[in-house]
Design a binder for this molecule. Structure first.
Ligand code: AMP
Ligand code: MG
Length: 390
């Protein structure tokens, strides 16, 4: 049985970084930058007003001032603000020469049509040129997953056609004679396929492209044909089920028969001990256990890092240390355990009710899992645990 860290390293070592492509900004959501993004301008490009009001010299604040022009956003001021004068200005408009503050409308009172005085003193209200971004600044780095915030920055600096990594195609096959698709009401010996659909969603959440192949029966021939086809068509192939010790668990043997180089077939983790991994050329093949919590956890800790590696994603550290709200104990300590937990409103964690790897519903109310290391059997209330949030 291989240690988790060693198994993960084997996976990472066998990932080849994908090709890149140029896409339009409007299609960049969820994609991964394959280049640094540098600003082509200062932001803001000029000193601008943060308020609707009057641009004045601060030393004139107690005087009645002559209004010399009105500058709307998008216009350029023509006149300098000299002592005794004010420019009516709108939010986003450039600050006229001579002015060093903007007094908001709310503190301004027109004395005549052309003169204004102020009932209060407010400093600044000027957004300085380049106070946000400087020309030539690195605004986003290679490896960034692009979300709505990053789209805004890219639009600002004119990055209209970012270079991104191509998304790996990830095939998903569910195995099992007892498995039926969710629209079918299972008979007494059947259950619905949750893994297949869970994995499709996890692949999408990982910014890759899923290809769902459906359910394959527990027959050597059918499984062989499905795996062979999946390897040919996809960059990564994930199977669930068929990796345990049962008479009909064919997946590891078929992988070997198909010329897949098997790198591990047992990992010291809980849940997910029978997790199996191999490569054929630059294709990755994962055999995940059939139990839904195992397949969920193993995707998160083994498959997702592989997809991220292939797409050049630099993952921000996801684990945090939090105190346990109650004591925790387990019978055996020979595997690294991933146990579902909830966050409490006191910033502690509490294990979710969990009956084992078939207990799919334990995940629905959980916020993540606590990672319990090999050799740790008991943790006291208040002790820190390493938590990985979903
Ligand atoms: P296996 O790894 O094939 O021995 O399956 C382990 C357990 O997971 C069995 O109880 C299966 O019925 C269940 N299982 C296998 N595949 C799925 C699936 N696609 N969806 C939900 N449960 C599954
Ligand atoms: Mg099975």
């Amino acid at each position: 049985m291989m240690l988790f860290e060693e198994a993960l390293q084997q996976v990472i070592d066998n990932c080849t970084k994908g090709a890149t492509e140029k896409i339009v900004l409007y299609q960049a959501l969820g994609r991964v930058l394959a280049e640094d993004v540098v600003s082509d301008m200062d932001m803001p490009p000029f000193d601008k007003s943060a308020m609707d009001g009057f641009a004045i010299r601060e030393s004139d604040i107690h005087k009645e001032l002559e209004i010399i022009e009105t500058v709307a956003a998008g216009q350029t001021p023509k006149l300098e603000v000299k002592p005794g004068t004010a420019t009516r200005i709108m939010t986003g408009a450039p600050i006229p020469k001579g002015a060093d503050c903007v007094i908001e409308v709310e503190l301004s009172e027109l004395v005549t049509e052309h003169t204004v005085k102020f009932s209060g003193h407010s400093k600044g209200n000027i957004v300085a040129k380049a106070s946000d971004i400087n020309l030539g600044d690195l605004v986003l780095s290679k490896g960034q997953i692009i979300d709505a915030r990053h789209i805004a920055v890219m639009a600002t600096v004119g990055c209209t056609h970012p270079t991104v990594f191509k998304q790996p195609l990830v095939g998903i096959i569910s195995t099992g004679d007892e498995i039926v698709e969710p629209e079918i009401k299972p008979n007494l010996s059947q259950i619905r396929n949750s893994n297949g659909h869970q994995l499709v969603a996890q692949v999408v959440q990982s910014n890759a492209i899923p290809k769902y192949y459906g359910i394959v029966k527990d027959s050597y021939q059918a499984t062989y044909a499905a795996i062979e086809n999946g390897i040919n068509e996809c960059d990564v192939l994930i199977l669930t089920g068929g990796v345990s010790m049962g008479d009909f668990d064919f997946v590891p043997k078929i992988m070997v028969d198909l010329g897949v180089k098997l790198l591990f077939d047992r990992v010291a983790v809980q849940p997910g001990k029978p997790t199996t991994f191999g490569t054929k050329g630059n294709k990755l093949i994962f055999g995940l256990p059939g139990n839904p919590v195992s397949s969920f956890v193993q995707f998160e800790i083994m498959v997702k890092p592989a997809i991220y590696q292939m797409m050049g994603i630099i993952e921000k550290k996801k684990n945090i240390s939090l105190p346990l709200a109650e004591a925790y104990s387990r019978k055996k300590d020979d595997r690294k355990a991933f146990i579902p937990i909830k966050l409490t409103d006191k910033s502690t964690v509490i294990p979710t009710e969990y009956h084992g790897s078939a207990h799919i519903n334990s995940l629905t109310e959980s916020h993540g899992f606590a990672i319990i290391e090999i050799g740790v059997k008991e943790l006291k209330e208040g002790e820190l645990v390493n938590v990985r949030l979903f």
